[in-house]
Design a protein around this ligand. Structure first.
Ligand SMILES: [Zn+2]
Length: 324
């Protein structure tokens, strides 16, 4: 059953993700794989709220799983010390996700970390915290959730989540968890990228890395400028992720299928080349309209332009950033 948005939490979830995250907005069911989702228009009419739980579980070994559904990818660690979860998708499917996590983990999540504030990653906080999870996030992600830092621009949420959804433990550079035989290392992105509060999570012993939305597989990025996002931050963030990852690291991107270091390297190369290509247009004195028309990202669009218009959007972001 699908329901229309009616709660403030749901409005928050939609506002943060509807046009932000390519896989979140158009998916008619949670079962639709990210890559198979139809191309969404840049300005979408609000989709019906997703109430289905994540659809697939990818077992990565050592009690760690990647949970894949319509919103951001989740990371799960299950073991003797309790259930640890990375992100929780939408407010609207949080009850269903909680039930499915409990079934899988044979217990409720004890620790929950948000990679950033968006409603398709942190939208379920209220439900999970209400069930006993302690919520962790970067200081800036918490400020976005509480409204202490006001988010502007096209991804600004229509309303803020309730207090129960706010992270209770925050960090500025990182924090380590010692659970389930793992060192679970939360690492802040070196500078604002997708937002101003991005966090990566690395399971050291298992060699599994959750990147948040600083890395999304085979698609142009979403740069949430109204939340401090910055294209240069994607270049710096990917550099950092490539330092963390080894040749065999299992990479859980913010959206998309399980990835490798080589996939991430290709994305890093694209970001740098895209910036250089747009910079050449700026230096040639081209207007934004002329730059978009010149299609400077044409050689990367077959791989990364899986969402219609996303190349033009990315060009616009880079152009405006370079003209600042
Ligand atoms: Zn996001």
């Amino acid at each position: 059953m699908r329901m229309l948005l009616s709660t403030t939490a749901a409005v928050f979830a939609l506002a943060a993700c509807a046009t932000t995250e390519p896989t979140a907005a158009p998916a008619p069911t949670a079962a639709a794989p990210a890559a198979a989702a139809p191309a969404a228009p840049t300005v979408a009419t609000p989709p019906a709220a997703n109430t289905l739980p994540f659809a697939r579980v990818n077992d990565l070994g050592q009690g760690i799983s990647m949970l894949i559904g319509a919103g951001g990818n989740l990371g799960l660690s299950v073991g003797a010390d309790g259930v640890f979860l990375i992100d929780d998708q939408f407010a609207t499917n949080a009850v269903a996700n909680l039930a499915k996590v409990e079934e899988l983990a044979k217990g409720k999540p004890k620790y929950l970390i948000n990679t950033h504030y968006h409603g398709d990653h942190a939208g379920g906080n209220a439900v999970f915290a209400g069930a006993g999870a302690m919520v962790f996030a970067s200081d800036n992600a918490r400020k976005r959730l509480t409204g202490e830092t006001v988010t502007t621009g096209r991804f600004a949420p229509a309303s803020l989540p309730p207090k129960v959804a706010w992270p209770v433990v925050t960090f500025t550079s990182g924090i380590d968890f010692h659970l389930n035989g793992q060192t679970i290392r939360a690492i802040r992105a070196p500078m604002p990228a997708h937002t101003d509060g991005d966090t990566f999570v690395y399971f050291v012993e298992a060699d599994v890395l959750h990147t948040g939305d600083v890395y999304t597989k085979d698609r142009y990025p979403t740069v949430d400028v109204g939340a401090g996002g910055n294209q240069a931050g994607f270049i710096a963030g990917l550099e950092r992720l490539l330092q963390i990852a080894g040749p065999n690291t299992k990479i859980i991107p913010g959206h998309g299928e399980l990835a490798t270091k080589a996939d991430m390297q290709a994305t890093s190369d694209m970001h740098k080349s895209a910036r250089a290509a747009v910079e050449a247009q700026v230096k040639a004195g081209k207007t934004l309209e002329q730059t978009i028309a010149a299609k400077p990202l044409a050689q990367w669009t077959p791989r990364f332009g899986t969402q219609a218009g996303s190349d033009d959007t990315y060009v616009t972001i880079i152009y405006n950033e370079l003209k600042k």
